[in-house]
Design a protein around this ligand. Structure first.
Ligand code: HEC
Length: 318
């Protein structure tokens, strides 16, 4: 479905909202309470990449498995400012259950957005839309504009203009989306208790394998083999992705350091500030439980000797 069709659809939905409510069930009532248009059928999120504030890029699709509230905004839009505290509260409350708030800034620089984010103490992820390509795709006609994406990566609704995200209606809408579409295995109450990486825990290893295939294999190799010549600096700076199997040196490090590297990126693992890391931070993509799970999976692939070695490294850390 093209962007124009979405805009068209939103308008049509607004016109016939009264009628669709009945047909769509309880969920539609949650959208209606916030005066958001529910898209039925939902529209798949486009495979677009957007620059992050730290100069990396993220694909809109990389949040698949989460519920994503996409919020289009600018620093000078006062209604956007009014939305911020409630958005931050929503994110803090539901992040662990799989909510991502993705703020898409229209047309401003990373420096402008960074300053604003710091000043307002916002912890949810921000991306830039310098040439307004993303906003154009969504048919955004003003800020703020909000769109909701379900766990399978489909845009399920949205609307233009300010919304009060602190209201019970807003919380109900988010909660109703979080329980839908099958929470990923790693987001259940049981897995939330994973605070360490245990390679003998079959369920954790299996969940970690899925995380690895989706988020890590692209660089570290489907078989943990890493990229070729991983010890040689690239012409573009930094290093290629190292293996995570016995031939690499991941196993020289304690679990706590590995966790930190995955959560906060490669830069967090080295003392040298001039080091150019090519290892992205996953703090806005993976939950803590998912990070522990992927480490459990990596560890499960090490031969016993190497596991024993790394157990000792861990013991020394305690
Ligand atoms: C875009 C490519 C890329 C992706 C995706 C990626 N990594 Fe990395 N990773 C790297 C690179 C490159 C390094 C080498 C160090 C650096 O540049 O910071 C690295 C280093 C690491 C290290 C430190 C290894 C050591 O020996 O010090 C760990 C642990 C790690 N990655 C885990 C992961 C996990 C787990 C995932 C998936 C959730 C992942 N990486 C996804 C590129 C990537």
């Amino acid at each position: 479905m093209t962007r124009r069709m979405i805009v068209g659809f939103l308008i049509v939905c607004t016109l016939i909202a009264g009628h669709t409510l009945v047909a769509l069930g309880a969920d539609a009532a949650h959208f209606a309470a916030l005066q958001l248009t529910r898209l039925d059928p939902a529209v798949a999120l486009p495979d677009r990449r957007a620059p992050t504030l730290d100069g990396q890029e993220v694909s809109l699709r990389s949040f698949q498995g989460k519920v994503v509230l996409i919020n289009f905004w600018t620093t000078w839009c006062s209604w956007c400012r009014r939305e911020r505290p409630a958005l931050e509260a929503l994110y803090t409350q539901y992040q662990d259950q799989g909510l991502v708030i993705l703020a898409v800034n229209i047309g401003e620089t990373a420096a402008q957005v960074n300053a604003y984010v710091l000043q307002h103490g916002l912890s949810f992820p921000h991306v830039l839309d310098p040439d307004m390509q993303v906003a154009a795709w969504f048919g955004v006609r003003g800020t703020p504009s909000n769109f909701l994406v379900d766990r399978s990566g489909n845009i399920v609704g949205g609307g233009s203009g300010y919304r009060d995200w602190a209201t019970p209606a807003a919380h109900q809408l988010i909660a109703s989306l979080l329980v839908q579409g099958g929470a990923p295995a790693t987001e259940t109450a049981r897995t939330a208790s994973w605070h360490r990486a245990d390679p003998t825990h079959a369920e954790q290893v299996q969940a970690g394998q899925a995380v690895y295939a989706q988020h890590c294999a692209v660089c570290h190799g489907a078989n943990l083999e890493g990229q070729p010549h991983w010890k040689q600096t690239l012409p573009t700076g930094g290093l290629p992705a190292p293996p995570h199997d016995a031939t690499g040196h991941t196993w020289h490090h304690a679990d706590t350091l590995l966790f930190k590297i995955v959560k906060f990126g490669g830069q967090s693992g080295v003392a040298d500030p001039s080091f150019q890391s090519n290892m992205p931070a996953f703090q806005h993509v993976l939950s803590n439980a998912e990070i522990w799970a992927v480490l459990a999976f990596i560890k499960s692939r090490w031969p016993p000797k190497i596991r024993t070695f790394q157990d000792r490294v861990n013991a020394r850390e305690q």
